[in-house]
Ligand binder design. Structure first.
Ligand SMILES: Nc1nc2c(c(=O)[nH]1)N[C@H]1C(S)=C(S)[C@@H](COP(=O)(O)O)O[C@H]1N2
Ligand SMILES: [Mo]
Length: 298
């Protein structure tokens, strides 16, 4: 077994070294168990953002709309016990534990670019399992065409849910072939830690070729269906946020350009860089959209 830095450093030291008090509070609440993911050829060799950047600049509207609201308030969310209901057109519907869906021996490391629709980006070393492995565990009936996802709905612990900022609970969806693509994962950790609450503990979707809002956090329900799912942002403002939401520098958001992005922590030119079609994963995923007009199906 590979030893991680957190294994050999006393927990108190380890927490002290993290300069961000709020992040420390959230991490202190999580178990001291280190996670290890097998390296994957799907990983980028770009330099990952620091743990501090990844855990202190977040979008998680259940805790507020500010980038620092999640790190401040997400520690209030109870993530143990947790189960994920898998239902709809599944062969084996039921309530699954996170450890059943993402057992330690199946974990992979996936270092992915994350491109937010707001035109900032990061590189994040996720630990998780292919979404396809989870769907196959529950069994996909042949009539299923889409997968719908739902976040926890618990306003007592998620202060943002007391306000009608979005239509809670947060919902997202994928076409079944997108969901079965090997790049789509369910993450349960990042770097060598279990997922911090602000990043969507204990289990969240990561679809690296789509805008970040598709990568729904803190999932409690996965539904196989034959109808295109209703997605929170699409429902909120369909002219701005589509079902597909593939990263595309050629299709601007109605209120801003998508041609470039600001890499958080990036040095040169304030981190401004060109946005890549499908967030740079076109070689792997472009065939999913063959013959589709991506300007119409934004
Ligand atoms: N439940 C839920 N999931 C969510 C969001 C949210 O507000 N609520 N924000 C999304 C957006 S807009 C982005 S960019 C990513 C950010 O993930 P990160 O904070 O882990 O970087 O989470 C996505 N998943
Ligand atoms: Mo986003």
């Amino acid at each position: 077994m590979k030893l991680n830095w957190s294994d050999v450093t006393p927990k108190a030291d380890w927490l002290n070294r993290r300069n961000f008090i709020a992040a420390g509070a959230a991490l202190a609440a999580s178990p001291a168990v280190a996670l290890t993911g097998k390296p994957s050829s799907f990983s980028t060799d770009e330099k990952p953002n620091s743990l501090e950047e990844i855990t202190n600049y977040n979008n998680f509207y259940e805790f507020g709309t500010g980038k620092e609201d999640p790190v401040r308030y997400a520690a209030a969310m109870t993530t143990d016990p947790w189960s994920v209901q898998i239902d709809g057109l599944a062969e084996r519907p039921g309530s699954y534990g996170v450890e059943d869906l993402a057992p330690d021996n199946a974990l992979e490391e996936r270092i992915y670019r994350l491109r937010c629709v707001e035109a900032w980006s990061m590189v994040i070393p996720w630990i998780g399992v292919p979404l396809s492995s989870v769907l196959n565990k529950a069994g996909v009936q042949s009539s299923a065409k889409y997968v719908a996802f739902e976040t926890l709905n618990r306003p007592e612990e998620m202060r943002g849910q007391s306000y009608p900022i979005l239509d809670w609970p947060y919902r997202e969806g994928l076409r079944l072939d997108e969901a079965m693509h090997p790049l789509a994962i369910l993450a349960t950790g990042l770097y060598s830690d279990p997922l911090p609450n602000q990043n969507g503990a204990p289990i969240r979707l990561v679809v690296p070729w789509k805008y970040g809002f598709k990568s729904i956090k803190s999932i409690v329900r996965i539904t196989l269906t034959d109808k295109q799912p209703v997605c929170t942002w699409q429902k909120m403002q369909a002219s701005e946020y589509g079902f597909y939401a593939n990263v595309n520098p050629e299709v601007d958001h109605p209120r801003w350009s998508q041609a470039t992005e600001r890499r958080i922590g990036g040095g040169l030119f304030g981190g401004r860089q060109e946005t890549l079609k499908f967030n740079g994963y076109g070689e792997q995923v472009a065939s999913l959209y063959a013959g589709m007009d991506l300007a119409k199906n934004y």
